[in-house]
Design a protein. Structure first.
Ligand SMILES: [Zn+2]
Length: 212
């Protein structure tokens, strides 16, 4: 048997092991990250290179930078938003929907902001880093859905609230606290589960890093 064949055999054994674990599990939680979105064409903006290398995301997606220059953030996020709007869920997203329908999977905890789990049909999704379905005025807290703001974003105009403040999509910026409710619900789900599936994340991003 060649090296390739041995590797395939090892993979088959691991897949069989994972399937056995899932068969016996009663309360599974999935933790998902950028890797599950990549086959759907969503780039990992934390990784080097690609479309997002022109600007440092740590800078563009920081509160300090947004306060000074929201246009910089929108310039950075607009191509990513277009990708997310055009993206379709892939077989990994659909498999999680099937597991939920079987009554095994209790929650998907995701670091992704692309809404693809919901698009696939997952019902219990805790988005640790928020999403781009809605936005909030940076000055007065007025909420808006993102849809009516997109035309302005595409024209390179910062969408603004009636008070004059810029709208900030409901994603968690670097240095910003995580949204309390999804975080607490995710924590509770992790405490109650008997199996955690880790999909497409190296667990280096907080708070998932605390689950190790
Ligand atoms: Zn406002």
């Amino acid at each position: 048997m060649g090296q390739m064949g041995q590797m395939e055999q090892m993979d088959q054994e691991r897949i069989a092991q994972a399937a056995a674990i899932l068969r016996d599990a009663r309360n599974v939680v999935a933790l998902t990250g950028a890797g599950i979105g990549r086959p759907s064409g969503i780039p990992d903006f934390r990784s080097e290179g690609g479309l997002w290398s022109q600007d440092d995301p740590m800078e563009a997606v920081s509160l300090r930078s947004f306060r000074l220059n929201p246009q910089r953030f929108y310039d950075w996020v607009q191509p990513l938003m277009e990708r997310m709007l055009a993206a379709k869920p892939n077989p990994a997203h659909h498999a999680l929907v099937a597991l939920e329908a079987m009554g095994k999977l209790r929650a998907v905890i995701t670091q992704n902001i692309d809404s693809l789990h919901q698009a696939a049909g997952s019902r219990v999704v805790y988005e640790l880093h928020g999403h781009v379905r809605r936005a909030t005025c940076f000055a007065c807290g007025h909420p808006s859905s993102m849809d009516p703001l997109l035309a302005q974003v595409r024209q390179r105009v910062v969408p603004r609230c009636h008070c004059g403040g810029p709208y900030k999509p409901d994603i968690v910026f670097f240095g910003e606290a995580l949204p309390e409710q999804p975080f607490l619900l995710a924590q509770r789900a992790l405490e109650a589960c008997d199996v955690v599936m880790i999909l497409g994340t190296s667990l280096v991003v907080n708070p998932a890093a605390g689950c190790r």
